[in-house]
Design a binder for this molecule. Structure first.
Ligand SMILES: Nc1nc2c(ncn2[C@@H]2O[C@H](COP(=O)(O)OP(=O)(O)OP(=O)(O)O)[C@@H](O)[C@H]2O)c(=O)[nH]1
Ligand SMILES: [Mg+2]
Length: 295
């Protein structure tokens, strides 16, 4: 049992532009593949929480959707933005993740706008440093000496970052009594996310952004879990694209997803996938409130 007056605990939010490596950072800190990562923008649609635990420390990490471009006018993006903003105001520490490969002017603009907005302790992280030369880092160092340079993919500087977080965390008893859990969300939340990840990785153009996966059945038996999910698309014409020639594309998604779900839940899985059309679900408030943002 930890001595409570020495225990540190708090909430840490990861924010930043889409594709900057927020989810990769979350997984690097937790040392576990919790949050789905792909090379496509807007992979993370809902806030994903993970818990970092040791004998004296617990912090809850929130991986948020990326900043939303003003030209994205579907309702879904308003919900994503709201999730991200609420995180800024309700955290003990904010980690702003920026892709160092983007233009310096653009990055400085983002950093400045967040510094102006945020009142809580803020760490500015320039990510993907494995892809640039030291000269680029030096330019940023001259502009802001507090910037931390990391590579989430190669796990460079992650232990230092964790120590930095721990230094700032307030003394507080643990918020969650979940010593051995990596998240306060359960398998029911993460199973559809794994399938979504393979859809994002496998399809192009509008499909990755027009699909959402819903869990319909999750029966945990002694030796196998029976899972069935629906892949929601926006238009009839997208059904055949998801299925692919003779259904082979969907079959491939099912095989990849099943293998990863088996590792995630630690049990054999029987997985059924169905495709269903919900017209324009990204603009359907009822659908978004009921199925996406109620968890
Ligand atoms: N080379 C390199 N690639 C990285 C690094 N961090 C992330 N990536 C890659 O960048 C892409 C986006 O990573 P994500 O972690 O999904 O980015 P995100 O910010 O969560 O993106 P959204 O959820 O869409 O907002 C993936 O292809 C990652 O493999 C890094 O440190 N170095
Ligand atoms: Mg993400």
């Amino acid at each position: 049992m930890p001595i409570m007056n020495q225990y540190k605990s708090g909430f840490v939010s990861i924010i930043g532009p889409s594709n900057s490596g927020k989810s990769t950072l979350m997984n690097a800190i937790l040392n576990f593949q919790l949050s789905p990562v792909t090379s496509k923008i807007q992979t993370t649609k809902e806030r994903i929480s993970g818990i970092y635990n040791n004998d004296k420390i617990q912090f809850i990490l929130y991986d948020n959707p990326g900043f939303i471009n003003k030209s994205y006018n579907k309702l879904l993006y308003k919900y994503m933005e709201r999730a991200s903003i609420s995180s800024i105001y309700n955290s003990d520490i904010i980690l702003l993740v920026i892709d160092i490969n983007n233009s310096i002017e653009c990055n400085i603009k983002i950093i400045q706008s967040i510094i102006n907005k945020v009142r809580n302790p803020l760490k500015i992280l320039l990510n993907k440093c494995d892809l640039v030369s030291q000269d680029i880092c030096d330019i940023y160092k001259k502009i802001n000496k507090d910037i931390i340079f990391i590579s989430s993919k190669k796990k460079t500087n992650i232990p230092d970052l964790i120590q930095n977080i721990i230094n700032i965390l307030p003394f507080h008893k643990p918020y969650f009594n979940l010593k051995n859990n990596i998240s306060d969300k359960n398998n029911r939340f993460f199973i559809p996310k794994i399938i979504e990840k393979y859809i994002l990785k496998s399809y192009y153009y509008e499909i990755p952004y027009s699909t959402y996966v819903l869990l319909k059945e999750f029966k945990e038996k002694e030796d196998i879990s029976i899972i069935s999910c629906e892949i929601i698309v926006e238009k009839k014409s997208q059904v055949s694209i998801i299925l692919g020639n003779k259904g082979l594309m969907l079959k491939k998604i099912a095989i990849q997803s099943r293998k990863e779900i088996e590792i995630f839940i630690g049990q054999k899985v029987y997985l059924d996938l169905f495709v269903r059309v919900i017209c324009n679900w990204r603009d359907n408030d009822n659908f978004l409130k009921t199925f996406v943002y109620n968890k």
